[in-house]
Design a protein around this ligand. Structure first.
Ligand SMILES: C[S@@+](CC[C@H](N)C(=O)[O-])C[C@H]1O[C@@H](n2cnc3c(N)ncnc32)[C@H](O)[C@@H]1O
Length: 213
């Protein structure tokens, strides 16, 4: 009996094609993103992530203490964070159009165009915290992004993020986070589930806060 497998080259090509599609979607929607998601649908995952972060973050003595905003989009999460705490924030996103919207806010120390599933173009172990909302969702990013993200965070750093509930198991978050905790690389400080659209029923996210060991 023959067996078939999808070659690594084919998988890479598929991923590249999908990445292009996703960037096109954000290129087309960047200008209306806040109006549609926040004003019309009541999206508030960015506030859930910011609340989770400030519950556990303490300014590290003497360190620069900058925070990474992963998949920063138009800058909603950084805005929510700055309403709660005084920190410097660097944003990362692979969509130039979304980064342009974030830039207009004038709230980031630095904006970086990069794919979070690859090694990040930042100093390893240099950030005292990270936040992310809306990045770990359908057709976006799975648990394979956790390693590049963790590599950027200093020991003791706090990382607060949302994961769309329907991809929690399918995209490997339950298994990968359990493994990272078993291996002594992270400590899960908080894990809740919550709605993240005031005007859409049944849409939920896991809200995680972890400390880098
Ligand atoms: C649903 S938006 C969330 C934006 C913002 N954090 C918020 O809560 O409004 C997802 C963002 O992740 C970005 N993104 C998706 N995949 C990415 C990847 N592999 N690397 C970097 N950014 C990515 C998209 O360009 C988009 O700006």
């Amino acid at each position: 009996m023959s067996t078939y497998s999808i070659s690594a080259e084919f998988e890479t090509a598929l991923k590249g094609a999908w990445t292009g599609t996703l960037k096109s979607v954000y290129w087309m929607t960047a200008r209306v993103y806040n109006r549609v998601l926040v004003s019309a649908l009541g999206y508030h995952a960015h506030e859930l992530a910011a609340d989770a972060f400030v519950r556990h973050w303490q300014r590290p003595g003497g360190a620069a203490g900058a925070v990474l905003d992963l998949g920063c989009g138009t800058g909603l999460t950084a805005e929510a964070l700055l309403e709660r705490v005084d920190v410097q924030i660097d944003g990362i996103d692979f969509s130039e159009a979304m980064l342009d919207r974030a830039e207009e806010k004038g709230i980031y120390r630095r904006l970086i165009e990069a794919d979070v599933t690859r090694p990040l173009p930042v100093e390893p172990r240099s950030y005292s915290g990270a936040v992310s909302s809306g990045l770990f969702t359908h057709g976006h990013v799975g648990a394979d992004a956790l390693e590049p993200i963790l590599a950027a965070l200093a020991p003791g750093a706090i990382f607060a993020f949302t994961v769309y509930s329907t991809i929690w198991t399918r995209a490997g978050f339950d298994a990968e986070l359990a493994k990272l905790e078993r291996d002594g690389r992270i400590e899960v400080l908080d894990h809740q589930e919550s709605g993240h659209f005031q005007r859409l029923r049944g849409q939920r996210v896991h809200v995680l806060t972890v400390r880098i060991v």
